[in-house]
Design a protein around this ligand. Structure first.
Ligand SMILES: NC(=O)c1ccc[n+]([C@@H]2O[C@H](COP(=O)([O-])OP(=O)(O)OC[C@H]3O[C@@H](n4cnc5c(N)ncnc54)[C@H](O)[C@@H]3O)[C@@H](O)[C@H]2O)c1
Length: 457
């Protein structure tokens, strides 16, 4: 049976892979190809050992790979055949030149635009899936129109709102799908075609259409608002530790107010992941470039508070462990930036482990999914070791620091762990996931976030 449309995704990463797998599963009459410049990534997507860990992803991939889902390194041929091209390449923070440390590095995105221009022989819809600065579509259109030939490219913005760790669930049942496009007839026709694709499984009233710039900016604003809530509750956790108020009780008390809502109110060691910091810094940079310094300063504070929270956590460990951790063994429980993912990009654990190593602690790292990334993130050191088994990681340790909220850490046998640790034994629960009273009864000195410590001193 011929396919109704050929869809291509350029960039087989955390977004491109899962997004296209779900589209392929839900749209059996569309042919979906995912390409990448990294041949190893493509080989991994074609194996049973996928390049990223997401619950349920392997099943979705297996259900349609080879049927209407293909992973390929043939970028030129795939561009030629495509009717709709999603661009899902990485847009990290720029590390050089103007805007270094703040602006988005658009080099990968621009290379893609030039490749599309080079190989396209027929009209195409280009969909910005990557998170991009507002008004990037304008630049994309300029590049795509630069050849002067008769091929027409209609650029749409369709930012991705999935959360890592629940990507498949989020893609199958999104709160909304956002599509931005131009008001002219060709723009509206393209919006219609992309809407039809999503309408294969997303109710039409959840498909929001806007102008291009609102769509591009909405993605940055959504991440800024989410991160802002984390920084807000983390700022209060610091105040709770000074006043014997309890941050979980406060979260419950304010979260029942429907105007506030109860989600994203968990105090933690700080937000991480590839997006929050990058997207807020980008927002700050854009605001400043328009001379809106007050707006820029306001959002910048969300990132600064996050840095404060990570530093504060290590500082507390130091002071509570008698002002030195030098030569002491510390088990780091978790390294991924959140549970249910192996992704460690910008994980709070990176900063915390590095700071503990600077203090000459002997860090014993464990994580169910993120150890291979952790090995790449951290500089080789005789002070650092990696352990699949959390019991082994905690053996002979002076302290445990919980850095990722893996449910596994809740169900460990803490009697067994305590008896194998040095005394006095400390637990710093950077995610507030453990049963602090029970741990205290076992004998631990317990330091939750934003709550009174439970000690035996
Ligand atoms: N990770 C998330 O949770 C998330 C969520 C929403 C949006 N986003 C945004 O989506 C975009 C992609 O993020 P990601 O996490 O998937 O990144 P990623 O680094 O996992 O994947 C990007 C892929 O693009 C490939 N690539 C780069 N240049 C290419 C080119 N010219 N041709 C072909 N392939 C190329 C890279 O090799 C890489 O495999 C970013 O803009 C990000 O901000 C990410």
């Amino acid at each position: 049976m011929p396919f109704v449309k050929n869809v291509l995704c350029i960039g087989a990463g955390y977004v491109g892979g899962p997004t296209m797998a779900v589209i392929a599963q839900k749209c059996p009459d569309y042919r979906i190809t995912v390409v990448d410049i990294n041949p190893q990534r493509i080989a991994d997507w074609n194996s049973d050992d996928l390049p990223i860990y997401e619950p349920g992803l392997l099943e979705v991939v297996k259900s349609c790979r080879g049927r209407n889902l293909f992973f390929s390194t043939d970028i030129a041929g795939s561009i030629r055949q495509a009717d709709i091209i999603f661009v899902s390449v990485n847009t990290p923070t720029k590390t050089y030149g103007e805007g270094a440390g703040m602006a988005s590095d658009l080099q990968y995105w621009e290379k893609t635009a030039h490749e599309i221009l080079k190989y396209a022989e027929s009209d195409k819809i280009i969909v910005e899936k990557s998170t991009l600065p507002v008004r990037t579509a304008e630049a994309m259109e300029r590049i795509l129109k630069s050849s002067g030939n008769s091929v027409h490219f209609e650029v749409l913005s369709n930012p991705e709102f999935l959360a890592e760790g629940s990507a498949v669930k989020d893609l199958l049942n999104p709160d909304r799908v956002l599509i931005g496009g131009q008001a002219h007839p060709k723009g509206q026709k393209a919006i219609g075609e992309l809407t039809d694709l999503y309408a294969n499984w997303v109710p039409r009233d959840r498909i929001i259409t806007t102008n291009l710039w609102s769509s591009e900016l909405s993605k940055l604003v959504a991440n800024a608002f989410l991160a802002q809530r984390i920084s807000s509750i983390n700022s209060i956790s610091a105040l709770c530790e000074k006043t014997d108020a309890d941050v979980s009780e406060i979260a419950r008390a304010i979260g029942t107010d429907q105007r506030i809502g109860n989600r994203f109110l968990m105090a933690s060691v700080g937000f991480g992941g590839s997006c929050f910091r990058k997207d807020i810094l980008n927002l700050v940079y854009i605001a400043r470039s328009y001379g809106l310094n007050e707006v820029a300063d306001y959002w910048h504070q969300v990132v600064q508070l996050n840095d404060f929270q990570k530093n504060r956590f290590v500082h507390r460990m130091l002071t509570e462990m008698f002002n030195t951790v030098s030569g002491k063994k510390i088990a780091a429980f978790g390294f991924a930036f959140k549970a249910e993912t192996g992704d460690t990009r910008d994980s709070a654990a990176i900063t915390i482990v590095e700071k503990l190593l600077e203090e000459r602690a002997l860090v014993r790292l464990t994580d169910p999914q993120a150890l291979s990334n952790a090995r790449k993130d951290l500089i080789d050191s005789s002070l650092l070791s990696f352990h699949d088994n959390p019991y082994e990681a905690a053996e002979e340790c002076h302290a445990i620091a919980v850095l990722t909220e893996w449910p596994l850490y809740r169900s460990l046998d803490y009697h067994r762990i305590y008896s194998a640790m040095k005394k006095p034994a400390f637990i710093f629960d950077g995610r507030n996931i453990l049963d602090h009273q029970t741990l205290h009864r076992i004998g631990f000195n317990v330091f939750p976030l934003g709550k009174s410590a439970l000690t035996h001193f």
